[in-house]
Ligand binder design. Structure first.
Ligand SMILES: Cc1cc2nc3c(=O)[nH]c(=O)nc-3n(C[C@H](O)[C@H](O)[C@H](O)COP(=O)(O)OP(=O)(O)OC[C@H]3O[C@@H](n4cnc5c(N)ncnc54)[C@H](O)[C@@H]3O)c2cc1C
Length: 439
């Protein structure tokens, strides 16, 4: 009999997330109590789990589906990110898109757009899902070179884009900190906490919050999924708890848990910063800073996302969070000196899970037990696609997306400890150093 027990602390999401704080309070859905049964249980209420539950319930209204989330919907990483649903391959380094890789890029774009279609299909209004596009900001000549090379690859892919000069970026952002930018129109920006709440609220199936799964055990042809106060028996289980899946011991050494950090300034008078009142930009160089100006009714805020840390325990303490916050302050002062005195109001972090080869970990690891894991840092699209494909495997339907996933190489095992941690930390430090600490 197969059995997997969740070991270690339940998910703790560091710091208060600004996106949730800006929303009205919400009534949480009741925890799972006592015994229940379902055709499919989805473990985890992030992008992957919610997408899986949505696809399942839309495909077959007779299927009984239940979603179990350890904490509150919208409080996990899916609700506390920077809100970019990016359609193009995320890494803007030209090499990734060169020559034979055009076909791979086209498949990645199709996957990302399938994921984005879930968000745009909800008709939530532009304050939650805004198809406004995205800028890639460069702050130095290396970044400029990347953007020019990337733009050339977008030409080959026949994807629309526009390069901006330093003066044009200044007119947009109100700061002279950038040397160039590239605009691509297909990214959809979300208010992540509001979006994740809406996605959960739109589900016709039971969603139980504060229902962390503590054990998954096979019982004959079924799986018994246990929480602190209840248990559910199901024919199929979709495991969509990303990095935390490692704690069940079911995907040993396949996932590398990494945290990243965001902060949001206190609201400031818009006259203090020129340019447009809402824009969103990712860095030209992978380890740089994500920035987003958020337009309020009367005031605006800036969101800063920077710093990655490797955390195999899937936990971070106060120290790394404070250090990330201090780095954000230095970046704010450098990039937006006119706002240097505006305090940080919210500082938070969130867990992600990378695989060694960047491939998703979506597979039936035992009959009826399917993983939707390995967001690889851009879960708005990647994890959503993982959830879609996991649901299709449950339903037994095939699609181009599913075929694309099936053709990908399986994520290999990461090195054993302590090599994984040493290697993970050293790689992140080296990449950050190479990009430039304040880029
Ligand atoms: C600060 C920050 C900025 C980011 N910016 C972006 C961005 O702009 N665009 C982008 O695409 N990505 C971004 N990301 C990454 C993105 O948020 C993640 O890739 C994404 O959330 C992964 O989705 P997921 O559904 O796989 O996992 P998660 O969102 O982590 O969801 C997994 C859920 O499982 C729950 N869970 C864990 N264990 C259990 C259990 N035992 N029982 C029940 N539930 C459990 C967790 O509480 C969690 O809610 C960012 C991340 C952070 C932290």
């Amino acid at each position: 009999m197969s059995g997997y027990r969740f070991r270690g602390a339940l998910p703790r999401h560091p710091g208060p997330c600004g996106w949730t704080a800006l929303l009205p309070p919400r009534q949480t859905k009741p925890a799972l109590q006592a015994g229940a049964s379902a055709d499919v249980v989805v473990v985890g209420g992030g992008f992957a789990g919610l997408a899986a539950a949505r696809v399942l319930t839309q495909a077959d209204s007779t299927l009984s589906v239940m979603l179990l989330e350890a904490g509150e919907i919208g409080e996990g990483p899916a609700g506390r990110n920077s809100g970019f649903l990016i359609d193009l391959p995320h890494d803007v380094s030209a090499g990734k898109l060169g020559g034979d890789h055009l076909d791979t890029a086209r498949r990645a774009i199709a996957k990302n757009r399938a994921a984005i279609a879930i968000a745009t299909g909800l008709n939530l209004g532009r304050e939650i899902v805004d198809p406004c596009g995205r800028y890639s900001f460069s702050a130095n000549t290396e970044g400029d070179r990347h953007l020019i090379a990337y733009a050339a690859q977008l030409d080959r892919l026949e994807e629309p884009h526009r390069l901006l000069s330093a003066a044009e970026v200044t007119a947009l952002t109100g700061t002279e900190s950038f040397t160039s930018a590239l605009f691509t129109p297909g990214t959809v920006m979300i208010q992540p906490a509001a979006y994740v709440r809406a996605l959960a609220d739109a589900l016709p199936c039971p969603v139980h919050e504060y229902s962390a799964v503590t054990a998954i055990a096979r019982q004959g042809n079924f799986w018994r999924v246990t929480t602190a106060q209840g248990a559910v028996t199901a024919g199929k289980v979709i495991l969509a708890c990303n990095g935390h899946a490692g704690r069940f011991g079911l995907v040993p050494r396949r996932l590398m848990p990494v945290f990243t950090y965001a902060s949001m300034t206190r609201a400031f008078d818009p006259s203090r910063l020129g340019g447009a009142r809402d824009w969103a930009g990712t860095p030209a160089l992978a380890m740089g800073t994500t920035l987003r100006r958020i337009r309020g009714m009367e005031d605006d805020r800036l969101l800063i996302r920077a710093r990655y840390t490797y955390n195999p325990s899937v936990e971070v303490g106060a120290g790394p969070l404070a250090r990330a916050g201090a780095l954000h302050r230095r970046k704010l002062a450098l990039k937006f000196p006119m706002l240097a005195d505006v305090p940080t109001e919210f500082l938070w972090g969130g867990a992600m899970a990378l695989t060694w080869n960047g491939a998703p970990l979506v597979e039936e690891i035992e009959p009826g037990l399917i993983t939707a894991l390995g967001c690889n840092g851009v879960g708005g699209t990647n994890a959503t696609a993982n959830g879609i494909v996991a649901a299709e495997r449950v339903l037994g339907v095939s699609s181009d997306l599913g075929a694309d996933f099936a053709a990908k190489p399986r994520p290999p095992r990461i090195p054993p400890e302590p090599f994984a941690t040493l290697g993970g930390k050293a790689t992140l430090m080296w990449k950050e150093h190479r990009t430039g600490a304040l880029a």
